[in-house]
Design a protein around this ligand. Structure first.
Ligand code: 48N
Length: 305
């Protein structure tokens, strides 16, 4: 028979209140409950809580994080497979660095929750399998490539590892709306941080006025916002509109055998303070797209960051 599990059982009771605030001894009587032999829990209630305790627990931590990461060492823009792999690689190699990840979507992961054409399986070309082994993501070995049975298994595993690092903070549902710029000694532009706003706000500047943004200062920005699209290629398009770079090369047609090497080996600082990687880089260099194969640019290309 399974050993009896014990857990706190809160006897249903109402807390005395005065003006809506619990008064007196709010320690509720609890008694040990046991899991019955047939594995069913019985006669238990959840511990009581006041709504304001929940509100304060969330707000206190979020605003403390905003204060802490207002000055970051690195900001990663975009938490797709590239941004997350980059964050993992950097946080592991440099636990001393404060890394903020800004992700426009509520759900980080970008295009890596599914394979191609909404199929589940994710194909990665070797040597990306080394990164999967490091993360502990199981895969089928098909010779020159490997297959993860569901892309979400990779992305959720990577995301959980990234979020577990004490020197990383993910700000999701938050958009980078602009870049902070400085003039360097030669009069050229250096990127010195990002301008942020809630994504839902960023999407309504056309119909609401005066919703000014906030900022995060950092000496290094790594932009991995994906290829062009509703959200994509944000930073490189902004560099063009600021006339910091003349024009974009524009992503080329699909060629799996050239695309990944071009992206992973081409990752670099585009302008002082701004590194571009992942499919956003294909828009700068006019590299081919790679279709439904995923690489570990962050793991391979960012080790030198
Ligand atoms: O997944 P993506 O779009 O980008 P990558 O480079 O991490 O991965 C690319 C990969 O998913 C492919 O495109 C595959 C290989 N297909 C290739 C092909 O041939 O089609 O992630 C970018 C992330 C997304 O989560 C966006 O929401 C986010 O960046 N993002 C932003 N976050 C904050 N502020 C912004 N301005 C912003 N723009 C995009």
């Amino acid at each position: 028979m399974a050993p009896a599990l014990t857990f706190n059982v809160v006897e249903p009771t109402s807390l005395p209140h005065k003006g809506g605030v619990p008064v007196g001894d709010t320690k509720l009587r609890v008694k040990e409950g046991v899991e019955t032999a047939d594995g069913k829990w019985k006669d238990f209630s959840f511990q009581s809580i006041r709504e304001s305790q929940v509100a304060r627990a969330m707000a206190r931590r979020y605003f403390s994080d905003l204060d802490t990461y207002a000055e970051s060492d690195i900001v990663i823009v975009g938490a797709g497979s590239c941004g997350l792999s980059t964050a993992y690689t950097l946080a592991k190699a440099r636990p001393d660095l404060k890394i903020a990840i800004i992700e426009a979507s509520v759900s980080p992961g970008g295009g890596a929750w599914l394979g191609g054409q909404l199929f589940s399986a994710m194909v990665m070309r070797k040597p990306a399998d080394k990164f999967l082994s490091e993360l502990g993501v199981p895969f089928e070995d098909e010779g020159s490539y490997v297959v993860v049975k569901h892309a979400a298994l990779f992305t959720s595993t990577l995301l959980s590892k990234v979020l577990a690092f004490p020197n990383i903070k993910l700000f999701n549902a938050t958009s980078v709306e602009d870049l902070i710029t400085r003039r360097d000694e030669s009069g050229g532009i250096r990127i010195a941080g990002v301008v942020t706003n809630w994504t839902l706000v960023a999407m309504h500047h056309d119909d609401q006025s005066c919703m000014d943004p906030s900022t995060i200062n950092a000496p290094v920005i790594i932009s991995t916002t994906g290829h062009d699209g509703p959200f994509g290629a944000f930073s490189v398009k902004r560099l063009v509109s600021m006339q910091v770079i003349e024009k974009l090369g524009g992503m080329r047609g699909l060629d799996m055998n050239t695309a990944e090497d071009a992206i992973v080996k081409g990752t670099r600082e585009i302008v002082p303070g701004l590194i571009v990687g992942g499919m956003e880089l294909s828009e700068v260099d006019g590299a081919n797209r790679m279709g439904p194969t995923f690489w570990r640019y962050g793991a391979l290309g960012c080790q030198g960051c």
